[in-house]
Design a protein around this ligand. Structure first.
Ligand code: TRP
Length: 333
């Protein structure tokens, strides 16, 4: 096993969908056998948008349950909740001294949020990248499996790490984004418009919590047309999307059959979608069932959280001690 440490945070809002599964979770599951991994629910980060306190707990349970149902093994990875590790906000405070107002204000995610919630442009939102840097640096992580949208945050984490090292002496490795070479997988939405999404476009997105019936309904509504008018015609985007989704969950024989039918102009889109719907149901149903099972077993979830908390704090407190010493906060030794 590689010794380089991996950290990633999972947002605790919104429903996980097929894009999350093939984009992020599958990577996590692969990484757990190759690296020491720390994965956590980023509940502090979610506070930047003032979620309903009553929703927080079920959301955190749900995210944990979903991740375990997708294959994360709490005995292999350290799986924990951010707010269970007080060393993180402590390092966040220190790193804030190394984060400048100008660069924080220029962050793309901050500008987006400031635009979308103009009545709640709080300091937590502004310093979101410092908290994220603390999440990563607190374990001296080197790799962070995240999507493109997080690259700027990671660049900032590298800057904060460098500044700390430069000012107080070498402590933090510089963290880099990591993927297994499948970053280009885009999971198209079912209506031919963009990608599947956590909150928009709900009818064109397949969620891991969708029932069999809902999955079938959504897939059958996917946009099609009259069919190809000449052999070997290029596929319009929305048809290609259906085939792309098939590639994820259907067998090769199925894929070949429908590709040949398309090329020979005798494809029936109704059959194509029916097949995709069944294959999707077979893929999603076990994940959904396992998630529900776990959500109903709160005491197991709590022991998993506790175990993760202990492992995470052990690693975090060592690094935090080092950081305090480097900064001169070592009054008792
Ligand atoms: N900002 C990340 C997202 O929106 C979540 C996150 C929080 C994270 N802390 C992190 C990801 C640390 C990687 C490492 O998806």
């Amino acid at each position: 096993m590689n010794k380089d440490i991996v950290v990633s945070g999972i947002r605790s809002t919104g429903n996980l969908h097929l894009g999350n599964y093939f984009g992020a979770m599958r990577n996590y599951v692969k990484m757990q056998d190759e690296f020491p991994c720390f994965f956590f629910v980023a509940d502090y980060h979610s506070l930047t948008t003032h979620p309903d306190p009553l929703q927080l707990k079920p959301n955190v349970y749900k995210v944990l349950a979903e991740n375990i149902a997708c294959g994360l093994d709490p005995n292999k990875v350290t799986l924990y909740v951010q707010s269970d590790v007080p060393e993180i906000p402590e390092l966040y405070l220190m790193l804030n001294m190394m984060a400048y107002k100008g660069e924080l204000e220029k962050t793309a995610s901050f500008k987006d949020k400031a635009r979308s919630q103009p009545d709640n442009i709080n300091a937590g939102l502004l310093t979101y990248p410092t908290l994220m840097a603390a999440d990563i640096l607190i374990h001296k992580a080197k790799y962070v499996p995240v999507g493109k949208d997080q690259e700027q945050h990671l660049e900032m984490a590298r800057n904060f790490a460098q500044r700390f090292n430069h000012r107080y002496g070498e402590l933090f490795p510089e963290p880099y984004p990591f993927n297994f070479g499948n970053e280009l997988i885009k999971i198209p939405s079912l209506d031919g418009n963009g990608k599947m999404s956590k909150s928009e476009n709900e009818n064109a997105t397949l969620y891991l919590s969708d029932t069999d019936e809902v999955i079938r309904k959504k897939v059958m509504k996917a946009k099609t047309d009259q069919g190809p008018t000449e052999p070997n015609m290029a596929m319009p985007d929305y048809i290609e999307n259906i085939f792309d989704l098939m590639k994820l969950v259907s067998g090769n024989d199925v894929l070949e059959k429908f590709t040949t039918d398309y090329n020979n102009c005798n494809i029936r889109y109704g059959d194509l979608k029916k097949q995709l719907a069944e294959d999707m149901v077979n893929f999603i149903a076990p994940i959904r069932t396992k998630t529900i099972e776990l959500q109903q077993d709160i005491s197991s979830l709590q022991s998993i959280m506790k175990m993760g908390k202990e492992k995470a704090r052990e690693s975090a407190s060592n690094v935090l001690d080092e950081a305090r010493k480097k900064m001169g906060i070592n009054y008792y030794c």
